[in-house]
Design a protein. Sequence first.
Length: 374
Amino acid sequence: MTLVVWLIALASGYVQQGAAQKRTLDLSRNVLINTGLQPGGPQRMMEEPFQRFPAGKPLKRLTMRERGFNTGLKPGVNESASRRLSFDFVSKAAQQQPLEKRVAAEVAQFKGKVSMFARNLDTGATFSFQGDEPVQTASTIKVAIMIEVFARVAEGKARWTDELILTKEKKVGGSGILFEFSDGLRLTLRDATTLMMVLSDNTATNLVIDTFGADAVNARMEALGLKETRLMRRVFGGGDSAEGRKPENKRFGLGRTSAREMVTLVEKLERGEIISAAASKEMIDLMKREQGTNGIWRHQSRVLKATKSGALDALRSNVGIIYHPRGRIALAVIAYEMPEVSWTVDNPALLLMNRLSEIVIEELGSKPPPVENK
């Protein structure tokens, strides 16, 4: 009776062991399939990683080629290439994580809040991370001011040669250079607009706002269908718009927007939908000349970009388009409520923006053509 029980238990153990092996092999197949490998050879790689030797002799780990795995390498090629290929599986699997998870992982390490919206203008693919949250603009609101200037010139209500006079009272600090110039300097409207966009000159910005008024900028944004993008006042105060006088808008400072609306704005410019195709192109060309681009795509120096950045003690903002081989990608990122003030180019928000902008290219960009093995 004892022998029978023992035999039944032994048989049951073999069955359970076989089932466990099958589950393990099935899992291996699933992992390989998810990484883009085909059934067959890859399964052997996972199921038979060791060559069997007679009893008493050590096991030998097989190379990929010995296991029958098709690496695409010719006989005699250094085995290190095979090892690199095996690590590539891990890298590719990581890159296949959903965009949401990759962005969330980056944001989780950042001390502050983040709002982000992106669109591939060629494919229409979009991504939003708190993209509709009302946020401060800092100097990115200057894109809206620029649009109002171009519109007034197109309507014949202003000329590029109109003179704006620099006075001591109109000089403000922060970004720019005009506060270093002599009182009484006469600038053309075009020069002031160029300084506002290329150097983010705050004094030039105020000269333009004083000429047209903040309410006019907001009326233009409303006409374009933008409900969140509003200019509240001059840089560092004064000249409040109707929106800027509302108590609930005081917290936004210079301007209010959302990441989605900033992308919508630059997309309209890129598609030639604001004022005229020629005017839109001229505004995009102006944005291509921005200096001090340390945020989004900061390491893409050889790729054309059209951008506008903004900064406050506890905030960094960026909006722009990159003309990448994988597509024209529009992106707006606002990182705010940072606990520490840092005015270096390695501000944590700027570094975060760069990482997010690279992830967007990888995930929203059209897939690059496969590299042929030679």
